[in-house]
Write a protein that binds this ligand. Structure first.
Ligand SMILES: NC(=O)c1ccc[n+]([C@@H]2O[C@H](COP(=O)([O-])OP(=O)(O)OC[C@H]3O[C@@H](n4cnc5c(N)ncnc54)[C@H](OP(=O)(O)O)[C@@H]3O)[C@@H](O)[C@H]2O)c1
Length: 214
């Protein structure tokens, strides 16, 4: 068993694996198809990381598919009952890339809720509002990243809180799983800021933070 399974070897997989290593957590890193990509990332990060490819048995108590929403749906279908009881961390921003003007999920739902309909895993929304580049050291302008978290299962939500906290980040539980709707729109807004070349201070390296009163 490992603490986490991270699926994918792209930008978010790299950032999340870096935070997991910083937290001293063990990671199963599954590449999409090419194990060499997982081996290469594991060698770079130098932590407790085992590698494999998608389809192998999941060893992590927390499973974090660091892939786009469509691939997440396919992963849920592929693993089926093997996901039941796991904590599934949904990090996706289901942007409709055809229009870049809306999300691809129904207005009265979210990627997290759509995935929950298809799996016996406990789906927790988290990390969709943290940009990959900022996860490498977990701070922006000296501030630890807020990890906004939405979940229905208290133990599963707490497991994500503990991971974020151990990774040096600032977990904030925003409410039940349906709050993922708001988190996904927040994530999309942040993406739109970064995609706007007239805003050079927001180029995929900024952070969304709720500053507490004291
Ligand atoms: N980038 C960010 O700052 C950021 C921030 C918050 C949330 N997110 C969300 O995080 C997710 C990943 O984003 P990213 O920027 O890390 O993307 P990315 O760098 O493009 O990485 C995507 C990963 O998905 C894998 N993949 C592609 N198709 C797949 C499939 N059918 N099944 C399994 N794996 C597949 C790719 O593997 P191969 O390349 O080997 O095919 C790659 O490892 C997205 O849902 C995004 O909305 C991103």
């Amino acid at each position: 068993m490992t603490d986490l399974t991270i699926i994918g070897t792209g930008n978010m997989a790299r950032g999340l694996a870096a935070r997991a290593v910083a937290a001293g957590r063990s990671v199963q890193l599954l590449a999409h198809e090419d194990k060499a990509k997982a081996d290469s990332l594991a060698a770079e990060l130098d932590g407790k990381i085992t590698t494999g490819v998608l389809g192998e048995q999941l060893t992590g108590a927390l499973v974090i598919p660091a892939v786009y929403f469509d691939a997440s749906r396919a992963i849920v279908e592929q693993y089926g009952d093997a996901l039941t009881g796991k904590v599934y961390v949904d990090i996706t921003n289901p942007v409709d890339f055809a229009t870049f003007d809306s999300l691809s999920v129904p207005a009265d739902s979210s990627a997290a809720e759509e995935l929950q309909k298809a799996t016996g895993a406990k789906v927790v929304k988290a990390f969709n509002t943290t940009f990959a580049a900022t996860l490498s050291d977990g701070t922006v302008a000296g501030h630890p990243l807020d990890v906004l978290i939405a979940g229905d299962d208290a133990a599963a939500t707490q497991a994500v809180v503990e991971f974020a906290s151990a990774a040096g980040l600032n977990p904030v539980v925003v409410g039940p799983q349906r709050r993922a709707r708001q988190l996904e729109h927040m994530g999309f807004l942040h993406i739109l800021l970064s995609a706007n070349e007239e805003l050079p201070a927001y180029q995929w390296n900024s952070a969304l933070k709720v500053v507490p009163a004291a």
